[in-house]
Design a protein around this ligand. Structure first.
Ligand code: CO
Length: 136
């Protein structure tokens, strides 16, 4: 069911500072910040040869990553995103397997304009998993 790693997300308190670390210290290509109010985050992608790193900064007072960044003030790995061919088939398989799909199980449109779902970390070894449907 799982395809390639689409991205690994790191939640940070200051996305400009985090972007500068990846661009200047680590010598990677970073995209311009993009505000995603529906997801409560501002996002920057670090473009790597084999995957991407998604830097996330809380956006708005009810951002879902605000608590995470408060608990991890220097930032921390937030989730891993895997690609799937068919997100609804993946969801149905996971639900039938007893896994919890967050947000009522309905895919949302993610930062790449593709449907995404998040899976409960307690069902997956303590790691928050995002599934993103591959473009058709
Ligand atoms: Co993500």
């Amino acid at each position: 069911m799982l395809g390639r790693v689409n991205h690994i997300a790191i939640a940070v308190p200051d996305i400009a500072a985090a972007s500068a670390i990846y661009r200047d210290t680590l010598g990677a290509e970073v995209t311009a910040p993009q505000a995603l109010p529906d997801h409560g985050v501002t996002v920057v992608f670090v473009l790597l040869p084999n995957t991407k790193i998604e830097l996330l900064e809380p956006l708005g007072a009810d951002s879902t990553i605000l608590g995470f960044v408060t608990k991890n003030p220097s930032g921390g790995i937030h989730h891993i995103c895997y690609e799937v061919d068919d997100i609804l088939a993946a969801r149905d398989h996971l639900v039938a397997s007893g896994a919890r799909v967050l947000g009522g199980g309905e895919p949302k449109i993610g930062s790449h304009g593709l449907p995404v779902l998040f899976l409960h970390p307690k069902d997956f070894n303590g790691a928050l998993i995002e599934l993103e449907e591959k473009p058709r």
